[in-house]
Every structure is written in C-alpha cells, then in structure tokens.
Design a protein around this ligand. Structure first.
Ligand SMILES: [Fe+2]
Ligand SMILES: [Fe+2]
Length: 269
C-alpha cells in the first residue's frame, strides 16, 4: 500500500479514475491542476485534512485500489499537525490576500468591459490599456513578484504545488501579451478570448492560493520567518512606490463606478 502513497496523484487517478471523485468529495481538486504529480501522501498535508477526514478518505481510496481485500492505508506521518480548518492568515500572508481582493475587483469587471468593448474609440482602447497597466504593475510586478521572489523561496520550489503557481503566472503573462497584440491589430475576437482567458485563469489561481497554498505555507512558516516576510514585503511595497499602488487602486475604483453606472443606465432603458 505504501507504494501508492508515494505515487504521483495523476498516476493514481489515471489507473483508478474513481479516486478523483473521492478527492472531489473532500474539495481536493487535483484533476484541474496542470502539474499534478504531488504524491498521494502529500495531498493530505497540503489540504490540511483532519485525522478523521484523512482516515475516511484513505479508507475509501484503499477500497478502490484493493476492492477485494480489506487493506487499510497506513497513517501518514505529517511534518505539521492539522490545525483548525478555519483559515487565519499570518500578517504578511494577509497582505497578499488583500491584494487578491483588489485584483478580483478588476477581474469581475471584465464581462462588463467586454460587453462595452469599443476598440474604435480612444476611450474604449484606453480602458483596456489601463487594465493592462493595472495587471502588469499591480498583479504581476508587485504581487506575483512578492510571491515568486520572496514567499516561494521559503519552500522547496520543486514541489508541484509551487511549480503549478509559477506556470499560472506565466500563462497569465501570455494572455496579457496577447491582449496588447490583439488591441494593436484591432482583433476584437482575440481580445475577448484573452480577456476571458486571463479572468478565468486568475480567478482559479487566486482561489487555489487563498484556500490551499497560503494556509499550507502559513502552517510551515516559523514565527521568525513570518517576521522576515513581513519586512521583506514592506520593502517590496516601498520599492514599487506608493504612487503606483494608489494609481492602481484609483483605476479599479474608477472602472467599477463607470461600468456599474453604465449597467444601471442600460437597465433603465
Ligand atoms: Fe500567484
Ligand atoms: Fe497571488
């Protein structure tokens, strides 16, 4: 049975597809993960299952792998003990979660941006260019850089969960490049495709970080590391500059007001 605990989850799922349904029952979405070679035994730790849930999950998986034999999965030796499932972020991680909140405010506006898209006017194009400035400056140069250059360095970057986050950041950069190119050649179809692609990707990415990655990281950080992270994040904030952050915050607020006002006017007519 140990053999399966040390196997990549995608291998286990491809041999025993029912395992994916069992993981889904416990809100463990391994199937959409682009990397997916996390070991079965790591999944329990990363997702912070309680001892009872771990036992129930493992019993169900053992029944799928060995339907005719009453084999039980051995208890997994954890590096950190399960804590309450209620998420309490440490102060530096909370900063990242708050940044996600601003990024999401822009992402949820994207359907309205598409609905109102007019690339023939300067105003119409400006909204897209400003949105790209926000993504490149705030979401990428500021937020993703804090993750890639600071936070992720405290962990083994060969772990699939971190590789998968890097891949999402890269895919996002590809969408942003494609948005600019589509705008320059006035290709509305491609522009819509990549605006939607970016929105879908980042929404899912943020959820994975807020619900799984950050809590798992918080459980592994020592008090001293939490303090270090907090000061390194402060330095990153100083480096990008208060004016850039404020400009980005103003942009999202302004876009929200403008698009929501337009929506209300359209509802009246
Ligand atoms: Fe990220
Ligand atoms: Fe993030």
């Amino acid at each position: 049975m140990e053999e399966y605990l040390n196997k990549g989850i995608k291998d286990v799922i491809s041999r025993f597809p029912k395992v994916a349904d069992i993981l889904n029952e416990y809100n463990i979405g391994c199937v959409p993960c682009s990397v997916g070679s996390c070991l079965l035994k790591d999944i329990v730790q990363i997702h912070n299952l309680s001892s009872e849930d771990e036992e129930a999950l493992m019993t169900k998986i053992a029944k799928v792998i060995y339907p005719d034999r009453g084999i039980k999965m051995p208890k997994i030796q954890r590096k950190t003990q399960p804590k309450s499932r209620e998420i309490k972020y440490s102060p530096p991680i909370k900063k990242l979660v708050d940044e996600h909140a601003l990024i999401k405010k822009w992402l949820v506006l994207i359907p309205a941006v598409i609905n109102d898209l007019n690339i023939e006017t300067e105003d119409g194009r400006k909204l897209i260019y400003d949105g790209v400035y926000f993504i490149r400056s705030y979401a990428d140069k500021f937020h993703h850089a804090k993750e890639e250059d600071i936070l992720f360095k405290y962990f083994d970057e060969n772990l699939d969960i971190i590789k998968s986050m890097h891949e999402d950041h890269e895919t996002g950069r590809g969408h942003v490049k494609a948005i600019i190119e589509a705008l320059e050649r006035k290709d509305k179809k491609a522009l819509i495709e990549h605006l939607n692609g970016y929105k879908e990707l980042l929404m899912g990415h943020i959820k994975k970080e807020d619900d799984i990655l950050y809590p798992w990281m918080d459980r592994g950080l020592s008090l001293q590391q939490v303090g270090e992270l907090f000061s390194k994040f402060n330095e990153a904030e100083e480096k990008i500059g208060k004016e850039v952050v404020e400009r980005c915050e103003r942009f999202v607020k302004g876009a929200e007001e403008k698009l929501l006002k337009k929506q209300k006017e359209e509802e009246k007519t």
